[in-house]
Design a protein around this ligand. Sequence first.
Ligand SMILES: Cc1ncc(C[n+]2csc(CCOP(=O)(O)OP(=O)(O)O)c2C)c(N)n1
Ligand SMILES: [Mg+2]
Length: 694
Amino acid sequence: MSTTQIAPLKPGINLDQLCINTIRTLSIDAVQQAKSGHPGTPMGLAPLVYTIWNRVMRFDPQDPIWPNRDRFVLSNGHASMLLWSVLHLTKTQAVNAEYERLGQPSVTLEDIRRFRQLDSKAAGHPEYHWVSGVETTTGPLGQGVATSVGMAIAQKWLAAHFNMPGFEMFDYNMYAVCGDGCMMEGIASEAASLAAHLGLDHLCWVYDNNHITIEGNTGIAFTEDVATRFLGYGWNVLRVGDANDTDRIENALETFRKTKGRPTFIILDSHIGYGSPNKQDSADAHGEPLGEEEVRLTKRSYGWPEDAKFLVPDGVYEHFEAGIGARGATAHQKWTQLFAAYRAAYPELAAQVEQMQRRELPTVWDRNLPVFPADSKGIAGRDASAKALNVLAQNIPWFLGGSADLGPSNRTRLTYEGAGDFQADTPTGKNLHFGIREHSMGAIVNGLSLSKLRGFGATFFIFSDYARPAIRLSAIMELPTIFIFTHDAMGDGEDGPTHQPVEHLASLRAIPGLVLLRPGDANEVVEAYRYVMHLRHKPALLALSRQSLPTLDRTKYASASGVARGAYVLADAPGGNPELILIATGSEVSLAVDAHEKLLTAGIRSRVVSMPSWDIFDDQSEEYKDSVLPPNVKARIAVEQASTFGWERFVGTSGRVIGMKTFGASAPLKELQRKFGFEPDKVVALAKELLGKR
Ligand SMILES: Cc1ncc(C[n+]2csc(CCOP(=O)(O)OP(=O)(O)O)c2C)c(N)n1
Ligand SMILES: [Mg+2]
């Protein structure tokens, strides 16, 4: 490693201070070199992060995915240089997506020199799947703290499920650092309220009370009493009046660890840009380089060599090794020994721990998944989903979730005996109650996924808007989080336009990596779950109907297993060779089938393609795609009760789309179907028009 090794700056120098100033100056130098980034908060929070990492956290840099490690979340992700510095200084090791240790550091000094440059591990903000040791992606303010609540719920569940007398397999703590921005964001309030309700006493948030955001002093927009607010939620609120006082920080963290029954909130009074003679305590220190001259002046104030850049003085790596390195290795080793004894005593539970860590499924995960007989009346997507969920949750011990107060409507409640509710005094429960907090629900289920649980969150599809930033992060992080959204179209009828999604399918299909499925009947719902359960590094979103959908006769039409290919030929012209293709999703599949039967009777060779997932279909071979949508068949109609946006890619320039161009309306579903043209005869008429056969 190419470090500039210089002897300790002053004989007898305090090693703690040397490490803290190393974090500060690495941050300053990286931002200066990149000509972009946020130096001020790393300068202010270096003592905090140093104390948490080197004095308190049980984290083994040699194995950053050890299951019982303490978790550290930097919710004010713009201060990423804090994380890059400690990951580097602790020599945290890299792990790949297959959970193998690569024998190389997670963040090198070269990465830090190349902060914010292409392929550097030291990216602008902490990126979960990109850098080992980053527990969750942060940057959108508030997400990190809310995600930490999901991690804390996971810790409670894991402890309740796995710990046995004499075997404390899961007792880790969560530390989340956040700033004024996180405190202002609504998602943090939602999550804080739930965290206290659930008594998540392994959770500690440290609030960087520096009174500065981008536009200046927080006095311009944020004058609430944060301490009183958190007391009101039911948190244990502590204050540390001097962010440079590592002993007081350590004391507060010790109080946290001793506090039972509620989470801890530490208000840390700090100075953004600490040590910079002209920029300390000003918004100028927030998001731009200090400038060459100010860098010198600042280094002088730290007693640092003014010309040294990216300096890691002798003794610093060693001090981290003696601190977090030794403590983490010992704790990890003890845990590994304990786990060996645990495996002997509780082989099944131990096997579960191991499967979970690799995101594997138990061998019997799909036993008893329902198969639905043909039924013209059928059942609703949400009801088919309820049956699947209840089977999956019984087969997969670590599969759990809940709704944002819409469980009875979403049909996501796990009703089998023993499923239970997750509450402070019943932490083995598998029904989570998020309350009406969709945004934090999204972040919390991500937190469950990050903790290797298989979590789902549910609400009406329309309110995916309220959870969208967290859904997006699940995709960026490549987490197998499951979002179950019901009332996916006009089926919400009388509730009217505020409750009828229109643009949601299009906008969520636009999120890279998110697998969206809109199954067309009960058997497609089951097949959708079958597909989703195999995902290890992608989130999935199920858009399900509120109303009954006919269960198609699969002896007449193709098997629902076609869902696994995203789109499949459900019904075809006799002998194939269609002249027209109807493409439909979800509730419009049976409508397309009805139109298809009428077209056949009229002598038109039509084909129905059920397309539950654009995303999965996109991943199929060209050959398969062409077999479903033969390029020479230009007469195509897509039918979907949603914005027509994007369907051109499947119907082409000579095809048509029956979809929504406006918001919906408040009326019974039948009338809405008539008003907006979702009737078999409309499809038939359009088909004839397209083929010139009026
Ligand atoms: C949801 C969201 N909105 C806006 C931003 C842009 N942004 C980044 S940092 C910041 C100010 C944050 O202030 P604070 O948390 O006090 O951080 P400090 O300046 O003290 O480091 C803003 C508005 C963001 N990252 N996320
Ligand atoms: Mg601030």
